[in-house]
Design a protein around this ligand. Sequence first.
Ligand code: PHE
Ligand code: ZN
Length: 881
Amino acid sequence: MRTDTGQVFRLEDYGPSDYLIPETDLTFQLDSADTRVEARLTVERRDGVAADRPLILDGDGLTLESLLVNGAPVAESDYEATADRLVLRSTPPAKRFELTLVTRTDPSANKALMGLYVSNGVFCTQCEAEGFRRITYFLDRPDVLSVYRVCLEADRKTAPLLLSNGNPTDSGELEHGRHFAVWHDPHPKPSYLFALVAGDLGAVHDTFTTASGRDVTLAIYVEHGKEARATYAMDALKRSMRWDEERFGREYDLDVFNIVAVSDFNMGAMENKGLNIFNDKYVLADPETATDMDFANIEAIIAHEYFHNWTGNRITCRDWFQLCLKEGLTVYRDHEFSADQRSRAVKRIAEVRTLRAHQFPEDQGPLAHPVRPRRYREINNFYTATVYEKGSEVVRMIRTLLGADKFRAGMDLYFERHDGQAVTIEDFVRCFEEVSGADLAQFALWYHQAGTPNITASGRYNGRAREFTLEIEQSVPPTPSEARKRLMHIPLAFGLVGSNGEDMTFDGADGATVEDGVIHVRKRKHVIRFKGIGARPVVSLNRGFSAPVTLSLEASAEDRMFLARHDNDLFSRWQALNTLFTEALIEATQRIRGGKEAAFPDELLAYPAEIASDETLGAAYRAQALTLPAEADIAREIGSSIDPDAIHAAISGLREAIGSQCAGTFGELHEALDSGETFTPDAASAGRRALRNVLLDYLSAGTGTPEHATRQFETADNMTAMAAALAVLAHQFPHSPQTAQALAQFEERYRGNPLVLDKWFMVQATTPGPDAVERVRGLMAHEAFSLANPNRVRALIGTFASANQTGFHRADGEGYRFLAETVLAIEKDNPQLAARLAIAFRSWRSLEKKRQEHAREALATISQAKELSRDLRDIVERTLA
Ligand code: PHE
Ligand code: ZN
């Protein structure tokens, strides 16, 4: 375990390395307990660097077995090798020389899942961000690009499959039942994109012909017997490859593209050049075992990793401060892909929900950091919602500012100019400035300044002057180490909606730049006068969520309901209704805390029936509209002195009230949507299932009986219907015999399928109420549970801490103590996973007093533990600061 040294890395300290490694030749003698790695590195001194400058290579937990320079041994006094670095005090006079290093590692003992490890008997690697240095000493930084030749040697019986990056060039037999394969990757790449896989796996094969007519051999490797569950992923891969050609003009560039699914993986997936390695959760799917959400995630993540081939691999990051250069951009690209494959409005709503649920609390809490951070102690902790999701929003805003054509021209220039380089956010932004002539200096603050901007707005209509005045103010709240903020450039898409539901035209506007349906907010305050307006409009602001801000727009409930019914922007219709729900829930929460009963406006209870049966809207959209804000959404809106129990009661109250008010319509629709059609994972069918499941939730709350859910559970012929029914049973009727029976049946049926059993763990981890902690503790003893497997940990512990507001935030602090203790147990083996779990504490200061105290104590227990990893210490100290 890498313990904390207190070292902080700073962007301003960046300097190029003295040496480069243009060629890397690796030979692995794979053995699960003792693998020998021989690295032959061609090292090149950079121009102007003196030969007496030491060559300092990174390592992490390595032991050096031998070292040769230009084939000759090195005197002991000329180098120093420790576990975490190799220093060659001076190098040969010639500019280029060869370094040969032998190291040994024990992959089966590697529980951190970084570097070379074994998952279910399969050798695999994970090198981003700094895992390569656990394999051999290297200049393990993204601006050192090298051409790799990799030779893998292993036992033929246990590892018939030998994969690495690039194209296969040779293979053959060796003595003692061993064999070898050689791979060559012609594209220079940073070490974090290196990968190897060796094992015995099944496969689905396919081919793809690129736009220019090159044939690419595709394969997805999975455990034997699971091949059929990889066909959807293969289909998604081919659609991604075609889409990147059509939308961005990007073709694939090797003869083969391989994907391997492994069951122990810290993250979702990894874009290693030509050899993507996936968490099997994001590859395996069939109707019986995967939900529509699983299918959609697979499609998105397959696309994401594939798209990295250009945004990340061909053009990579100069340093890890630039992580958003590849991640924000690639998320933007996968969002666009999914939007094209499915319903754009529904996709946008889901994106915004995710952004608000994960990125807003980060931006508003102690872990806030800019999309392009300036300092870090542990880079693993910066694979965040801010870098990924807000990073994607920033790219999306560039497109809004420039329009589709100039945005594409900027991307084309970026690909052309920087192909083969390791670059910065400034390089990226400059491409868009050059093609458009726009000055993006103020806009670029989105990369450099943390915090979610707030927009407040209010409108006034003057009939005599035929003028509508809109006042807009921005403010950016202070965040850790950034007390004073600069004014941002915020593009707000908008419409002035007339009484017929159509956007009104106007004869010009002053007070701000207003162009193509977008108000450009650049000052603290704008007073915008729209002229030639014949009647009072209802203003629709931040359409399509054009800017990732919090918005408080002064408007009556009537105006919001009007927008919910009539706005021509579907996102904004959803937003208007969501705002009405949110406002009602905040009020109900206050009433409950004051000892009163919750009460809700009549129209809000009646409207759901109207929208549920509105055939002009897609089913998926209707499902989104009917989905109430989550408990965490209301907590975030309330912002301080939060009492999760009151919020829970308010939401349950609203669900029940809508459920009984709309029972007739919902019941008929729920019935009608059960068409008996055979399952297909396409967006339209998924939308019908989603709607049906939302209705089930309401119906069950309205009637107060588990009957509907029990029936749906028993008759379900796909996992989407079954898992939703199980969740309704467990969450609404935790103590009913029907629930106990359904849980037992599910466990019995899917005992042998860990990914499906994760759903069973999740449903129970999110069952609300004070007994959740004990339930989760109990489930940790289940035979299928293991603290060593990240998917199991996230399903049980992760969802408990992040998605069970009443359980985790139990008033006596037991949820916090449980998490602290579990995080410390996990940290011993897997610091990265532990640190991610600890993020659940990040909003502790917004809780009511007593809970705050309990949370602080739990955090203190972690920070006082001896020998904390760099990952966990960084999170805990920033959270407490
Ligand atoms: N680069 C991976 C992705 O987004 C994420 C990842 C980071 C995976 C670090 C593993 C380790 O696509
Ligand atoms: Zn990525």
